[in-house]
Design a protein around this ligand. Structure first.
Ligand code: SF4
Length: 376
């Protein structure tokens, strides 16, 4: 795909489009907490939270986070476990760890001031090209381009770009258009209006073209292809797995282990968790299969965790998805008999202490289940 797509808009077209979206944005923008008392730190935190996550889900997390860590210094001085605990449920936990590391870096390297320039922002852990552009433009009104899910879809349609938008050629063209949009007197407003237009009007399915201020310039709309673009790439095949997660009890304490930096949910705490083969992803848990499951869990605990335990009949089932994995998770309770894992950071904690530790979403559900059993 040649670069002439970007050239389809000349400077006058772009100036008009900026004017139209700015006027649309004045009436349409949503009240969001990161738009209040805006500063570079608040923009940074909100943009990191918004990666792969909906605005609706982020709002309460952002408010809680700002209450506990209102400044970059407060975040730099925090404990990683406290940051992870606040992030719990938002997923993609490396974002939280990087944000804290980035805050330390800003304090040590930039005197506590989040930098203005994109190249300096890019030196900070966890800040990529898009986040750097968002901070530079929203907080400092720098003419920095942004390209994220919403603007990517919007630009693809404006250009009627029918190649792969994630390819090098696609990225080059889309970033080039983003740069041209941002080269103006008020890039903060223009960038924000573009993102909002992508989110509210140029939606993934059923874009609201009749209400769109850019419809007279939009190549996809003018050729009736708005529903076909962007061209979706083949989805990666789903893998179905069955995991067991075992709450092992010794007196009134539970065994938990901190996940290492090589594992998913690094830094979070978890009950012993592993894949099992005795249960099918979609099969029934008959008494015979449950007996086989207990035996497999007992043997795995002994072999891989150096723990002998007696498995209870209680069971809670959770179905969840992590990236391409559809997981059937079987939560079990076991009575500790002897042994202790020698690998990694291990703790025996009460149900109350579980409430203070950062856990994955499914481990938190198991912790809540244990708490309910204990109090009922
Ligand atoms: S006219 Fe339709 S497809 Fe084009 S930018 Fe607007 S909402 Fe998106």
């Amino acid at each position: 795909m040649a670069d002439e797509h970007v050239e389809e808009f000349d400077s006058r077209d772009l100036a008009q489009m900026r004017k139209k979206i700015a006027s649309w944005f004045r009436n349409a923008q949503r009240d969001l907490p990161w738009r209040v008392e805006r500063n570079a730190y608040r923009v940074w935190v909100s943009e990191i939270m918004l990666q792969q996550t909906t605005v609706q889900a982020v709002v309460p997390y952002f408010e809680r986070f700002m209450k506990q860590f209102p400044t970059v210094e407060a975040l730099a001085e925090s404990e990683e476990a406290d940051v992870l605990r606040l992030w719990e449920g938002l997923g993609y936990y490396s974002r939280a760890r990087n944000l804290r590391t980035g805050a330390i870096q800003v304090c040590e390297q930039f005197n506590g001031q989040v930098p203005k320039q994109v190249d300096q922002l890019l030196e900070i852990k966890g800040i990529g090209r898009y986040t750097a552009g968002a901070i530079a433009s929203f907080a400092y009104n720098q003419p920095a381009p942004i390209l994220e899910a919403n603007t990517l879809r919007l630009f693809v349609r404006l250009l009627a770009y029918d190649g792969d938008p994630k390819s090098a050629a696609g990225q080059r063209q889309l970033w080039a258009l983003a740069e041209r949009f941002a080269s103006c007197r008020n890039p903060a407003k223009v960038n924000e209006a573009l993102m909002e237009l992508g989110a509210l009007v140029c939606r993934v399915s059923a874009p609201q073209c009749d209400a769109c201020p850019l419809k007279s310039s939009c190549r996809a709309f003018l050729s009736g292809r708005q529903e076909e673009l962007p061209v979706l790439q083949k989805r990666i095949a789903v893998t179905r797995v069955v995991d067991a997660c075992v709450a092992i009890q010794r007196k009134n304490k539970w065994l938990v282990r901190q996940r290492t930096s090589e594992e998913r949910w690094a830094g979070m705490w978890d009950f012993p968790r592993f894949s099992v083969e005795s249960v099918d992803h979609d099969g029934k848990l008959t008494p015979a299969i449950s007996r086989r499951l207990h035996e497999e869990v007992r043997q795995t605990l002994l072999r891989d965790w150096n723990v002998t335990a007696e498995i209870h009949d209680d069971l809670m089932e959770v179905r969840h998805t992590v990236t391409r994995y559809r997981i059937r998770l079987l939560a079990l309770i076991a009575n500790w008999q002897e042994g202790s894992p020698s690998d990694g950071e291990i703790r025996w904690v009460t149900t109350q202490q579980l409430a203070e530790l950062p856990l994955s979403v499914t481990a938190r559900r198991i912790a809540d289940w244990l708490h309910e059993r204990h109090t009922s």
